[in-house]
Design a protein around this ligand. Structure first.
Ligand SMILES: Nc1ncnc2c1ncn2[C@@H]1O[C@H](COP(=O)(O)OP(=O)(O)O)[C@@H](O)[C@H]1O
Ligand SMILES: CC(=O)N[C@@H](CCC(=O)OP(=O)(O)O)C(=O)O
Length: 262
C-alpha cells in the first residue's frame, strides 16, 4: 500500500492541490493520505490575532492555538480534501488520531521548551492497527489530519511528517508499505536555489554529510529523520519529491524525487 504525505505549500495552492488530488485519486491499490496545513493555520491565526510561534519546525501550541489547529486541520483542511477526493471518485474518509483511537499520544514533556499541547506518539505499537485495517479493508481511503489525542479528552497537535512515518511503520507488518513525502520542490536539493539540483539517492551515511554541510536544514531535517525512522522499522521504500510527480513516484520511477534508503 502507499502512504502519501502532502505538505502545507501545496494545500495552500488550489491549482496544485487539485492536480495532486486527481493524481492521488487515480493511484491503484490501498492508499492513505496524511495532510499538513501549517501554513493555513498560521494564516488563519493571524486573522484571529494568534501569532505563530515555531521552534525547530514545531508549533508552540497553547490552548488558543490548539483550538485553532483543531478547527483548521480537523475541520477546514480535512473536510475540503475529503470532498475533493469524493468528487474525483475516491471514497475518502477524513480522520484525526482521536477517531477510532487510531493515534493516541502523550503531551510532550516540558524540558527547556514548553511546546504546550503537542503530542508525541510513543511508537508504532501504540497505533490501533485493527481499526485502521478495517477501514482500509472496507475499500475506504483514510485522510488523516495532523492531530492526535491524549485519551483524557484533549486533542494534541502532531507534526504531519511524524504521523505519516508512524502510520507507515505500524502498517508495515501487515502490508508492503511505500511512504512518499510530497511537497513543492522536486526532491531534496543540493542547492536550495536550484530546483533542478535534486539529490537522487540519500543513505544514512550521505544524510550525515548533507547535515554537516548544511545542505539540508529547517523542515527537511525532521522529514528525513522520519523517513529513516520508518525504513529502520520495516517500511519498504521512502521517497521525497514534487507533488506533481506523485504518479511517477508511486510507480517507483527512479527518475522522480529523492529515494531514501538505510
Ligand atoms: N536540501 C533541501 N532541499 C529541499 N528543501 C529543503 C532543503 N533544506 C531545507 N529545505 C526546506 O524544507 C522545506 C520542506 O519542509 P516543510 O517546511 O516542513 O514542508 P512541508 O509542509 O511540505 O512538510 C522546504 O520548503 C525547504 O524550504
Ligand atoms: C506540532 C506541529 O508542529 N504540528 C504541525 C502540524 C501541521 C503540519 O505538520 O503541517 P505541514 O506538513 O504543512 O508543515 C503544525 O502545527 O505546524
Amino acid at each position: 500500500m502507499i502512504i502519501v504525505k502532502i505538505g502545507g505549500n501545496i494545500l495552500d495552492n488550489p491549482e496544485r492541490l487539485q492536480s495532486f488530488l486527481a493524481d492521488f485519486a487515480a493511484l491503484p491499490g490501498p492508499k492513505l493520505l496524511v495532510h499538513g496545513g501549517g501554513k493555513i493555520a498560521s494564516a488563519f491565526g493571524q486573522r484571529l490575532g494568534i501569532s505563530p510561534k515555531m521552534v525547530e519546525g514545531r508549533r508552540i501550541t497553547d490552548a488558543e492555538t490548539l483550538e485553532l489547529v483543531t478547527m483548521v486541520y480537523g475541520g477546514l483542511v480535512n473536510k475540503q480534501v475529503v470532498a475533493k477526493l469524493q468528487a474525483l471518485g475516491c471514497n475518502a474518509i477524513g480522520l484525526t488520531g482521536a477517531d477510532a483511537n487510531i493515534i493516541p499520544a502523550q503531551k510532550r514533556p516540558v524540558q527547556s521548551i514548553d511546546y504546550g499541547f503537542v503530542g508525541d506518539v510513543a511508537g508504532p505499537e501504540s497505533i490501533n492497527v485493527d481499526a485502521l485495517g478495517a477501514i482500509l479493508e472496507a475499500g475506504l481511503t483514510p485522510v488523516f489530519a495532523p492531530l492526535t489525542h491524549d485519551r483524557q479528552g484533549n486533542m494534541l497537535n502532531t507534526n504531519a511528517d511524524t504521523i505519516a512515518s508512524v502510520l507507515a511503520t505500524a502498517l508495515a507488518p501487515k502490508y508492503n508499505v511505500q511512504l512518499v513525502y510530497c511537497f513543492e520542490k522536486k526532491g531534496v536539493l543540493q542547492n536550495a536555489e536550484d530546483d533542478d539540483s535534486v539529490i537522487g539517492h540519500i543513505t544514512t551515511e550521505k544524510y550525515k554529510t548533507l547535515k554537516a554541510e548544511g545542505v539540508v536544514n529547517a523542515g527537511m531535517i525532521p522529514k528525513l529523520d522520519n523517513a529513516f525512522a520508518a525504513l529502520s522499522q520495516g517500511v519498504q521504500a521512502v521517497q521525497i519529491g514534487d507533488a506533481a510527480a506523485i504518479a511517477q513516484m508511486a510507480a517507483g520511477g527512479g527518475q522522480a524525487g529523492t529515494l531514501i534508503t538505510l
